[in-house]
Design a protein around this ligand. Structure first.
Ligand SMILES: Nc1ncnc2c1ncn2[C@@H]1O[C@H](COP(=O)(O)OP(=O)(O)OP(=O)(O)O)[C@@H](O)[C@H]1O
Ligand SMILES: [Mg+2]
Length: 438
């Protein structure tokens, strides 16, 4: 499991080298912490020497160790060892072992916007974690149209472990001048889905994902605090592309990085310009559709959507439960959008649509939340909007030369997908039921 995560997140492997420095300094730290810790210094020594750091949050930072001590105190646990899992675009995750518990736990540091552009403010993290708390309790009761249970789950936040008077799924602690909330959940022993170029996701897994998404949305609809979240605003992505279009240096870098062959500086700039010009045009078309979607809103209800239900944000645990992870992209918006976003991941391979899996996913979804004809005709539009949004994220990172781009799928994958959806749109337009798409 861990080997798989490391393979998928090469940056983590790089950061392992730094753990050596950590060990070299360990005696100094243990001494420095002796007056602060209410444990003997060897306890600090004991877990710190095993740390593999994740990318954003450097656990060797003295301010950080303060936070670890706070976490131990608040959760009433003694951390035995820590390993970095991964740093995504908005958080840093550690697998931790605590003395009081046989199974490993996952500690997430929710990064703030001053650390990563996608980071959530302290208030937003709090909002998101309260929502996750609600989902964890409510989702197990989700059923399909026939009233049969859908085996989908969200991890329960460990509010306090073991039982104590603390009742906080996250803590607000100030260090290094910023606040970073944390959360603690069980570590899942299970499997992830690889969206690999070689291997197609099994049809039965695609089916489970479609059912899980609909079950999640049917529960999410009733979340009482939904209105406090931001709306999904597609126009922001189009604005972002317009901004990039005006950045000459960024365009040259972008053109260079998009090219398989090394280009002369001028050719690179032209390639970047052509790519972005095409995105601008497509963005305007989609924005037009987006505004029109409001008129047919009845086709898909609005709810808090996951916003990022790609294969890498789900797992199946050992008992076969389908687990939804990573709610950092949660927004208020049309359920059709969540469907479109997910389809880009579950029903494609190498930037190509796999129609059999599109249908599998939709049939499963329809088994929980039935589609009407209007809703079916809008699926490709929502899917194009989802693809465009992901392409924008990737382009932004290329423009910024973000090293994490190396471990990600390319923007061209999403470019190819939005065209692919446009091509199949006619198929959806006439269909009155999902069965008719086959
Ligand atoms: N509780 C858990 N147990 C085991 N593995 C986990 C757990 N939570 C996350 N993972 C693994 O770590 C990966 C990344 O987790 P997650 O999607 O929550 O964060 P992220 O993508 O790093 O964050 P971001 O929201 O910042 O992009 C998952 O794909 C999964 O493989
Ligand atoms: Mg994720």
């Amino acid at each position: 499991m861990c080997a798989e995560i490391l393979r998928r997140h090469p940056l983590q492997v790089i950061s392992r080298g730094l753990a050596l420095d950590l060990q070299r300094n360990i005696t100094g730290w243990a001494l420095a912490y002796a007056p602060l810790a209410y444990w003997p210094p060897f306890v600090v020594f004991d877990y710190m020497k095993q740390v593999n750091m994740a990318v954003f949050t450097d656990i060797t930072d003295p301010d950080y160790r303060d936070q670890l001590l706070e976490i131990e105190r608040a959760y009433r646990v003694t951390i035995d060892s820590i390993e970095g899992i991964t740093a995504g675009s908005s958080d840093t995750k550690f697998k931790i072992f605590v003395k009081e518990h046989d199974e490993p736990l996952v500690l997430t540091i929710h990064e703030t916007p001053d650390v990563t552009p996608a980071g959530l403010t302290s208030e937003e993290s709090k909002q998101m974690l309260s929502y996750v708390d609600y989902l964890a309790k409510a989702i197990p009761s989700a059923t399909d149209r026939l009233g049969r249970p859908v085996n989908v789950h969200v991890l329960q936040l460990l509010k306090a472990y073991p039982q104590s008077k603390y009742e906080a799924p996250f803590l607000e602690l100030t260090f290094a001048g910023c606040k970073k909330p944390v959360s603690l959940v069980p570590f899942i022993q299970g499997r992830s889905f690889l969206n690999s170029p070689e291997e197609l996701i099994a049809p039965q897994d695609v089916f489970r994902a479609g059912k899980a998404l609909a079950a999640f949305l049917s529960i999410s609809q009733s979340y009482p605090e939904a209105a406090s979240f931001d709306d999904f605003e597609f126009g922001l992505f189009v604005d972002e592309i317009n901004r990039i279009a005006a950045n000459k240096e960024g365009l040259a870098r972008l053109g260079y990085m998009l090219s398989e062959h090394q280009l002369q500086e001028r050719d690179a700039a032209e390639k970047g310009w052509a790519y972005i010009a095409e995105m601008k045009e497509f963005g305007q078309d989609l924005l037009h559709c987006w505004h029109k979607l409001r008129d047919v809103e009845s086709a898909f209800k609005s709810a808090l959507i996951h916003g990022d239900l790609f294969t890498d944000n789900t797992m199946i645990d050992e008992s076969g439960r389908f687990i939804l992870l990573d709610f950092s992209e949660t927004r208020y918006g049309s359920m059709g959008l969540d469907l479109g976003i997910s389809l880009n991941s579950w029903a494609s391979q190498n930037g190509l649509l796999v129609m059999e899996n599109v249908i599998n996913f939709l049939r499963a979804f329809d088994g929980v939340i039935p589609f009407n004809a209007d809703a079916i005709s809008l699926i490709p539009v929502f899917a194009q909007i989802g693809a465009y949004r992901w392409e924008t994220f990737r382009i932004q990172r290329l423009e910024m030369q973000d090293p994490r781009q190396q471990s990600m799928r390319s923007p061209e994958e999403f470019q190819s997908l939005r065209y692919a959806w446009r091509e199949v749109q006619a198929l959806f337009d006439g269909a009155r039921s999902v069965q008719e798409l086959a």
